[in-house]
Design a protein around this ligand. Structure first.
Ligand SMILES: NC(=O)c1ccc[n+]([C@@H]2O[C@H](COP(=O)([O-])OP(=O)(O)OC[C@H]3O[C@@H](n4cnc5c(N)ncnc54)[C@H](O)[C@@H]3O)[C@@H](O)[C@H]2O)c1
Length: 354
């Protein structure tokens, strides 16, 4: 069976999707769409894609397209996903699922109503280091996880463009990179129900476009004159099972180094997933740090996307269930929105216990 694929959004991350689909033996890349015509044309030429569009509805009207990857700005994820599902397509939508809980719930309803598959682009769930940790957890080597801690700190790295335009992004580092590390912890903790959230966001430094002699990633449509997203955010999330998660993320901070850490602590052992997979355990009254012999001790971008997209094709073929269903995207939206709300109110917010 061949799966016909359409790509919506031909910017930076579409390259990862395109590369993986292109290599997949059961996939035919049929069409690509972008508001920016030349961007879509360039990718179409590179990957030998026969049809390009500027209007997503024209792409969705094609009957030979079975599934789409949505790689557009965050605020369009919900609307495009809903249109795609209603057009009978399976959907792989980039993270975050969308920019509000309301949109997330509408999307969940549409998935239910159409019976089509939706996979949220929580790519790190598909990475080999995460899958290894899962197997250790499932085999009870870590024991109940009661504490997790994640940081994704950039000392300088507001990408500008749509990333720093709240209307299109839904927020700053929290919704952009925080979503990855919060989701990873929550997923590995066994997706516990949230009891309360205490969050803080700060916009004290701005985008620091004045800084010289230090390079950083900038969006294709970078502009220094618009920035209304937070510089940094932190949160304490308490779960109904008593476990807790502490997270901090930044686009910019007076920090000495960039930092990416994801750490989980259980009753029988600990795990450092990032920056490098390490298990911490106790044997014969001695504490051990165990490093597995694997190809990628930390997240490998290209391999992670390949694993995610190959899994999505299995889902489209009906051979596997997605590891990142819409329900988890909804829960993540509740957590992200909860952090922003708590920060705005200046106090902890409680979640309804059912
Ligand atoms: N999973 C990851 O690790 C990861 C990494 C980077 C980005 N992302 C996500 O991917 C998405 C895109 O990010 P990016 O860095 O590629 O941004 P980008 O700006 O490089 O590309 C986005 C493209 O979408 C196009 N676009 C926007 N709205 C559209 C619409 N309605 N119809 C057609 N085209 C439209 C834009 O013209 C642009 O070319 C974001 O949601 C981002 O959060 C995920």
């Amino acid at each position: 069976m061949t799966i016909g694929i359409g790509i919506i959004g031909a910017g930076s991350i579409s390259e990862m999707h395109l590369r993986a689909y292109h290599e997949h033996p059961e996939v035919k890349l049929l069409a690509i769409c972008d508001l920016n015509e030349s961007r879509a044309q360039a990718k179409a030429e590179k990957y030998n894609i026969p049809y390009t569009y500027q209007d997503v509805h024209e792409l969705l009207a094609r009957e030979d397209i079975d599934a789409v990857s949505i790689c557009t700005w965050n605020h369009s994820h919900a609307q495009i996903s809903i249109a795609a599902l209603k057009a009978g397509k399976h959907v792989l939508v980039e993270k975050p699922l969308c920019t509000s809980v309301e949109d997330a719930l509408a999307l969940q309803e549409t998935v239910k109503a159409t019976g089509k598959q939706l996979q949220v682009g929580f790519v790190r769930r598909y990475a080999s280091n995460t899958r290894i940790v899962r197997s250790f957890i499932e085999n009870d080597d870590i024991g109940p996880i009661y504490y997790a801690k994640a940081s994704c700190i950039r000392k300088l790295g507001n990408p500008g463009g749509w990333f720093s335009d709240k209307e299109r992004s839904g927020g700053g580092p929290l919704i952009d990179v925080g979503v990855h590390v919060i989701d990873l912890c929550w997923y590995l903790m066994g997706r516990p129900k949230v009891a309360s959230i205490s969050g803080n966001t700060y916009s004290r430094l701005g985008n620091r476009s004045n800084i010289q002699n230090l390079s950083y990633y900038k969006a294709a449509d970078y502009r220094a004159d618009h920035n209304d997203v937070e510089d940094m955010a932190n949160a304490l999330i308490r779960f109904e099972n008593g476990a807790s998660l502490i997270v901090d993320v930044s686009f910019t901070l007076h920090a000495k180094e960039d930092e990416l850490t994801v750490k989980l602590y259980g009753e029988r052992g600990g795990v450092e997933l990032e920056p490098e997979l390490t298990f911490i355990t106790e044997k014969h009254n001695t504490i051990l740090n165990m490093t597995p012999q694997i190809d990628h001790l930390s997240f490998n971008f290209q391999k992670g996307f390949q694993d995610e997209i190959y899994h999505f094709i299995e889902v489209c073929e009906g051979r596997k269930e997605t590891l990142s269903p819409v329900e988890d995207g909804v829960e993540m939206m509740k957590i992200l929105s909860g952090i922003y709300e708590s920060s705005q109110l200046g106090k902890e917010i409680q979640f309804q216990t059912k």
